[in-house]
Design a protein around this ligand. Structure first.
Ligand SMILES: Nc1ncnc2c1ncn2[C@@H]1O[C@H](COP(=O)(O)OP(=O)(O)OP(=O)(O)O)[C@@H](O)[C@H]1O
Ligand SMILES: [Mg+2]
Length: 330
């Protein structure tokens, strides 16, 4: 896989004249073969950024390049290399699907003689074989979205920019479209915005989160969960034999590196020969890993077994909420 930078965003700002810019000084690079999930709450600036990258909107300050071409001064080259699925797919409602795709092939300058195999492939990929004769106006939202994706990939663009490609699709369709995105992402470069966080985990090699126009996170889903969780939380499950009155909570409280302990589950004594198990969620002091101490203290205590010692990772949803709510962003 080549490491070419395909999208270069450099201190990009878009000011519509409101109290604060819609996109506020963001910078990032996307390399060939990356599938980048672009996350942010409503109004964060995702669509605005994508419109600038596709040369539909001029930046107020800063710049962006696609495959080395400036999106503002070199928009013809940029558009040639980009496939774009806009948020509100502007399809020609009176055309049939086939007429529309043929029209797009004209616009994209795909020679007539190469057209059939290319159309066939795209129609298969997007699962619209049976709708080629339908007029676009009578398609369901999901099928319209598929036609939108088909037009975006028809000319085999190097860079694909998809603004909420799975919005309005049913779960089966979502799975199919994700499959298409993943497949394309193996060779090409893809940015897509979404509000479905599970989608990002399933599809993306990298995530960017923006909030109020500002970039608040950039990394792989794993990196983000490590970075954002800050204090590490650890699940500790302690088993004890009946008749042992020692309380594991007391032992844990004596461990230096532990900041907070919550008891989250206590198994009952329904079966007399079963050891009682208690699960604690332990918050470590910043920068400290108390697992060694926990293991030692519990395992050496009389009549106590250490059944589980598991660091918990923040979910993408936790991270998103933490970074994009006003308290979190402040
Ligand atoms: N043409 C416009 N003129 C003025 N303000 C605009 C325009 N387009 C968008 N905005 C504003 O810019 C901000 C960012 O909007 P944008 O559409 O980029 O957000 P988004 O992240 O795509 O949100 P969503 O998740 O709802 O699609 C919002 O405050 C929006 O109201
Ligand atoms: Mg949007």
């Amino acid at each position: 896989m080549s490491q070419n930078v395909m999208i270069h965003v450099d201190h990009l700002t878009k000011d519509y004249g409101a109290a604060r810019p819609a996109v506020d000084d963001i910078s990032f690079d996307v390399r060939q073969g990356e599938v980048l999930g672009f996350l942010g709450p409503n109004g964060a600036g995702k669509t605005t950024t994508m419109k600038i990258l596709t040369s539909f909107l001029a930046p107020t300050r800063g710049r962006a390049e696609v495959a080395g071409h400036d999106v503002y001064t070199d928009s013809v080259e940029v558009r040639r290399r980009i496939g774009y699925l806009p948020e509100d797919t502007p399809l020609y409602k009176d055309m049939t699907v086939l007429e529309y795709l043929d029209f797009i092939a004209d616009v994209r300058g795909i020679p007539k003689e190469n057209r059939r195999p290319r159309l066939k492939r795209v129609v298969e990929q997007c699962g619209i074989e049976e709708r080629l004769g339908s007029s676009i106006g009578e398609l369901s939202k999901g099928f319209r979205q598929r036609v939108g994706l088909a037009q975006a990939i028809l000319h085999e663009p190097e860079v694909l920019i998809l603004d909420e490609p799975t919005s309005g699709l049913d779960p089966n369709q979502i799975a199919e479209i994700r499959g298409v995105i993943k497949q394309i992402g193996e060779e090409k470069t893809v940015i897509f915005s979404t509000h479905i966080l599970g989608e990002v985990q399933a599809t993306c090699s990298r995530v960017i989160i923006i909030s109020d126009g500002k970039l608040v996170a950039d990394g792989t889903p794993d990196e983000l969960s490590r970075k954002t969780s800050g204090a590490t939380e650890i699940l500790v499950e302690v088993g004890g034999v009946r008749g042992n009155d020692q309380d594991p909570l007391v032992l844990l409280r004596h461990i230096e590196g532990i900041d907070e302990i919550k008891t989250i589950k206590t198994a009952d004594w329904s079966l007399s020969d079963r050891p009682r198990a208690t699960t604690f969620r332990v918050t470590a002091k910043p920068g400290v890993d108390p697992r060694g101490d926990i293991a030692r203290v519990i395992a050496t205590a009389q009549g106590m077994d250490l059944l589980q010692l598991t660091p918990e990772k923040a979910s993408l949803e936790d991270i998103f909420r933490k970074l994009t709510t006003t308290q979190g962003a402040a």
